[in-house]
Design a binder for this molecule. Sequence first.
Ligand code: GLN
Length: 216
Amino acid sequence: MHKPALLSGQQRKATSECERRMGASSPMTIGVLALQGDFDAHRRRLEELGAAVVLVRKPGQLDEIDALVIPGGESSAFLKLLGEDGLGKLNDFVRSKPTFGTCAGAIVLARRVENPHQSGLSAIDMTIRRNAYGRQIDSLILESVSALGGDPLEMVFIRAPRIESVGTGVKVLATRDDHPVWVRQGRVMAATFHPELSSDPRVHAEFLKLASNGED
Ligand code: GLN
């Protein structure tokens, strides 16, 4: 199996712990929404962690997966490409199965979307503001402590949205300038950065843990 290079002790531990879990239980299939955006980097990372991955291009494929990653890209394009039927199916999915949205994916999962307003699936009780840190050129890599403890987490921000507020049911797992950047509500997780572009596999490992625990 291909392994990410240059991992710290903690990062290697997350990888092997994940492989152990994935091997121990009945195999889980993780879908990555592959309509647009950087879905392939998520696929590679999840496979490195031992998951079986399906690229989801048709709403019907949501019936065949145990958990879903909604990647970064352009959230307004996702809404258009999904159409009414796809959004309806995705809406049902996020209410019943573990889902992880990154960047544009986080926007799709939010209750309230600003700048400009667009509809969200209300899977996470948060208000999120699109492109809140400036344009593409202002993209940024930061390191910060997170709920994982241990090594700081590398966070890659690209035309990132900002989480302006969260409801009481939302756990904040990492912040940037006092704004949440990684959150979880029940089985649904969201990050405004791109963990698939960092060499640190721990965020995806957390999602696979959530997917196999079915935590609520
Ligand atoms: N700016 C994009 C949006 O509003 C998100 C950017 C990203 O996913 N990297 O949907």
